[in-house]
Design a protein around this ligand. Structure first.
Ligand SMILES: Nc1ncnc2c1ncn2[C@@H]1O[C@H](COP(=O)(O)OP(=O)(O)OP(=O)(O)O)[C@@H](O)[C@H]1O
Length: 304
């Protein structure tokens, strides 16, 4: 199936000459919740602006719904809902009236307002003025406004920024509901790995304008499951590399530890047997599991 958004080797520099995207690619599958993760300043907002056609890449190909902004800009934008800057409202009007203004500008049926309010959990507070809303409620109202014309793609730049833990959970649950109930593809940036992990089906990690990972989120967790390391505490390093014929990392800090990658527990038992039969004393065996966070940090370090 054709991706909803496709960026191929996109490079972008701001007029001051700072190159922010460097041959960057991504593919957002239809129906996915696609997380876009990277440290501050890595190029997430710039990429989002390129996807929205607000910035034009100097190199590479950008297609959204299979079309280019240069020929189908209005048609593309009519199929996207977005939340990429701080949302603005008529604060002195009720949530309902704010939605009514959006409804009229898109010439949508009246019932779309009640549907949107229910989806974002604001039905009971629709008659309150927006100035009385908390930040979390404003964020949900902004989502309701973006969803009113039933976009196929929702583009969100750090929607959890500034929210308290409860607000973060509410937005996460809401985005999952939108994806599952309406089938909306969601492209969401974040610098919070833990959030992306709980929310997204797919992930792109960007660092210094380059992709360091792209794929289904399980691909990253599977990689973690296969990249396991074990540490043997041994009596001496003598003859170790000939006994264990594999890349070894040796740490001597009080005790001597030798570490290597393994895939099965049987492999650990075999190495232990080899060491002991060759006269190497083994005082301890410790399995180290890489966390998603460690994997993320490693991916960023490898890209330096
Ligand atoms: N209008 C601009 N003119 C010049 N440089 C800019 C402009 N906007 C952003 N930059 C620079 O481009 C780089 C990438 O910024 P961008 O906002 O895309 O990153 P980001 O990953 O979204 O970061 P953050 O999470 O901090 O928003 C940064 O070095 C930033 O200073």
């Amino acid at each position: 199936m054709q991706p909803i958004v496709e960026l191929n080797n996109v490079s972008f520099a701001y007029p001051n000459g700072v190159k922010v995207l460097n041959r960057f690619s991504l593919r957002i599958p239809q129906g996915s919740i696609y997380g876009f993760l990277g440290p501050n300043g890595s190029g997430k907002s710039t990429t989002i602006r390129v996807v929205m056609g607000l910035l034009k890449a100097q190199e590479g190909i950008v297609t959204v719904f299979g079309d280019s902004h240069s020929t189908k800009r209005i048609a593309i934008l009519s199929r996207i809902g977005s939340l990429i800057d701080t949302p603005t409202f008529y604060e002195h009007l009720t949530a309902y009236r704010n939605l009514e203004i959006v409804r009229l500008s898109h010439d949508l049926p009246q019932q779309t307002i009640a549907e949107a309010l229910q989806l974002v959990g604001l039905s009971a507070t629709a008659k309150l003025k927006v100035s009385e809303f908390s930040l979390g409620m404003k964020q949900r109202l902004a989502l309701a406004m973006a969803l009113l014309p039933k976009p196929e793609l929702l583009v969100l730049d750090e929607p959890s920024n500034g929210l308290d833990p409860n607000g973060i959970i509410e937005i996460r649950e809401l985005l999952i509901r939108i994806n599952q109930q309406l089938g909306t593809t969601i492209f969401v940036s974040s610098h919070l790995l833990s959030e992306v992990e709980k929310l997204c089906t797919h992930l792109s990690i960007i660092n210094q304008g380059q992709a360091v990972f792209e794929g289904p989120i399980e691909q990253l967790t599977e990689r973690i499951a296969t990249q396991k390391r074990v540490w043997f505490t041994v009596g001496s390093t003598e003859g170790l590399s000939s006994v264990l014929d594999r890349p070894l990392e040796i740490r001597q800090n009080g005790s001597i530890k030798v570490g290597f990658e393994y895939t099965t527990d049987r492999e650990i038992a075999r190495c232990n047997h080899q060491l002991v039969t060759q006269g190497v004393e083994v005082f301890g065996i410790h399995k180290e599991h890489q966390t998603l966070e460690e994997m993320y940090v490693k991916l960023l370090e490898d890209n330096k």
